[in-house]
Design a protein around this ligand. Structure first.
Ligand code: SAM
Length: 228
């Protein structure tokens, strides 16, 4: 089915989380066809567009300028421009900017078109071997304020819990999981879709011991068994 680009529509385009082949044919068509691409980091998106031989006007859209950028982008959509919103990796709006733009666009009657694709949380979940029938995505745990409350609230969660974490805080988060939730089964997915993709499976204490044995590097998703 060939797809016409809709005038005045906002396309939410998922991009790869490491492996550049993980871009859909539809995402390429949309990125080629829209008038403008709103990108979290225009340099990173330019690299992707160059790789796809696409040349397109880029405008930055990220958490620190979104309050100013949203009305500008929504005005352009209202004038009939088609815009794709992309982030540095994966699905916009998932622990990434896009929510405010999408919310405001909906309020102004603009068509929203999702272009599904790579997402670190779902890739980690399906490969984890932990139950996938019910799960809860919590993104990054708060670093300071609200961290303890969040950890306490999740202690009795029955569903599989998915968290994002950086290499700088992974050990602290694994220690907190042991302290607040107890020693349960966990899968730590690292560098998904990349050369050094790796899954560590076991009890949290076992996985923590392996991770703490060297300096953690890369991007991590934690998939934690719910309580029984
Ligand atoms: N929007 C993205 C998505 O759809 O997955 C998430 C963006 S969030 C700012 C970045 C976090 O996602 C990283 O700190 C890490 O926890 C996770 N992540 C992104 N890419 C990853 C990868 N290739 N392997 C493991 N985790 C990844």
């Amino acid at each position: 089915m060939s797809e016409e680009i809709q005038h005045g529509a906002l396309y939410i385009v998922s991009t790869p989380i490491g492996n550049l082949d993980d871009i859909s044919l539809r995402a390429i068509k949309i990125l080629k066809g829209v008038d403008l691409v709103a990108a979290e980091d225009t340099r990173k998106t330019k690299f992707l567009l160059d790789h796809l031989s696409i040349s397109k006007p880029l405008v930055s859209y990220y958490s620190y300028n979104e309050a100013r950028r949203v009305p500008e982008l929504v005005d352009q959509l209202k004038q009939g421009k088609s815009i794709a919103v992309v982030t540095d990796a994966g699905t916009p709006g998932i622990s990434d900017p896009a929510y405010l733009l999408i919310r405001n666009a909906i309020d102004r009657g603009i068509s929203i078109v999702p272009i599904p694709g790579a997402n670190a949380a779902l890739a980690a979940l399906v490969a984890s071997g932990l139950p996938t029938d019910r799960f809860v995505f919590e993104g990054f745990l708060p670093v300071k304020k609200g961290r303890k409350t969040k950890l306490e609230a999740l202690k009795s969660e029955h569903r599989t819990i998915i968290l994002y974490e950086s290499p700088f805080r992974i050990e602290r988060t694994l220690n907190d999981i042991i302290e607040y939730w107890g020693d349960r089964n966990i899968v730590v997915a690292r560098e998904l879709t990349k050369k050094f993709e790796e899954f560590k499976r076991g009890k949290v204490t076992e996985v923590l011991a392996q991770i703490a044995a060297s300096t953690p590097k890369g991007e991590f998703v934690l998939v934690v068994e719910g309580t029984h």
